[in-house]
Design a protein. Structure first.
Length: 317
């Protein structure tokens, strides 16, 4: 088995990624259909797992607490709540006299993708906030995402009193986390496929994300929660292709598995899942997304952030 290399987090700026040796004759290069991978991931998650999560819940248990339904701000539908969007006025009809609406409060959580690292541009969290705020009484965006953050790190961040204060007033929470939970050094392991090599990490992501969404239901009771997947958990586009076909195939397989975990967990928690792999790479996952990436091949550029913002807005409306 190839020795493990230290995990390099998805952080700010250009991420240093350990060069992988050229491997030939392994079974990594043979692609697996996305549907099969998604089924494998779901089977993995349904298998009994008695391992502790490594980070106990606040009450000392490693199990997630019961998941109450997540609150939803009325993005795309008019209600009377603070920060809610107004119902459209019929053409030619006089607009009703109403009390000025409060600003829409948006909170961003997650890793360097949500933080806007690697790009001197406006992050998609802010872009979505501005667009939603235009339908309300303005917007107040608090992007609390951190470069290099894992799902376990985000659980710790949710204990911060200041973060809890922002969440308690939020109408919309946008979350992108999970890529940094996985070790790029194990991507081309000769003795197993990416999904089976990183089974423990997939299970841990499921546990952590379940707890995160459960806490958001309590900490942000009036907010709609949107969870984005990834176009790739590692490198993509021209930079990824320079590492060889095996790297491209393996990273895509792991990304499909990670997105399956995120989508399943979001659905169980009544959160809105946004498929960024489809937004970046098309329905078949084959479209070259180099034009949407920064020069590091890891983070989105300005065009990429706009695509993410558009995908999130489309999912909310």
């Amino acid at each position: 088995m190839t020795p493990m290399t230290p995990m390099t987090p998805r952080g700010s700026g250009v991420r240093a990624v350990t060069a992988e040796p050229d491997r030939k004759g392994g079974n990594v290069g043979r692609g697996v259909p996305p549907v099969v991978l998604a089924l494998v991931v779901l089977i993995i998650l349904l298998l009994p797992d008695t391992r502790p999560s490594g980070r106990p819940a606040p009450n000392g248990s490693s199990r997630a607490t019961a998941r109450p339904p997540l609150g939803r701000a009325s993005i795309g539908a008019g209600t009377s709540g603070a920060g809610a969007l107004p119902s459209p006025t019929p053409s030619g009809a006089a607009a009703p006299t109403t009390t000025p609406m409060a600003a829409l409060r948006v909170v961003g959580l997650g890793d360097s993708v949500a933080a806007g690292s690697g790009c001197s541009c406006t992050s998609y969290v802010t872009l979505v906030g501005r667009r939603a705020g235009a339908h309300a009484g303005g917007d107040v965006v608090s992007n609390l995402a951190r470069s290099g953050q894992t799902s376990a790190d985000l659980l710790e961040q949710l204990e911060d009193p200041q973060v809890r204060g922002r969440l308690s007033r939020a109408n919309l929470v946008i979350l992108t986390v999970g890529a940094n939970d996985f070790d790029p050094g194990r991507l081309l392991d000769d003795e197993c496929r990416p999904v089976t090599c990183q089974r423990d990490e997939l299970l841990a992501l499921h546990r952590h994300l379940t707890r995160i969404l459960t806490q958001l239901a309590v900490r942000a009771p009036d907010a709609r929660v949107v969870v984005a997947g990834y176009w790739n958990v590692f490198l993509d586009g021209r930079v990824a292709r320079a590492r060889g076909a095996d790297y491209v195939t393996a990273s895509d397989e792991l990304t499909i598995a990670v997105n399956s975990v995120i989508a399943d967990t979001a659905a169980r928690s009544s959160a809105t899942y946004v498929d960024l792999r489809r937004a970046f790479k098309g329905a078949d996952g084959r479209r070259d997304c180099t034009r949407l990436l920064a020069s590091d091949g890891d983070h989105p550029n300005a065009a990429g952030h706009q695509v993410i913002a558009d995908a999130i807005w489309a999912a909310m409306t």
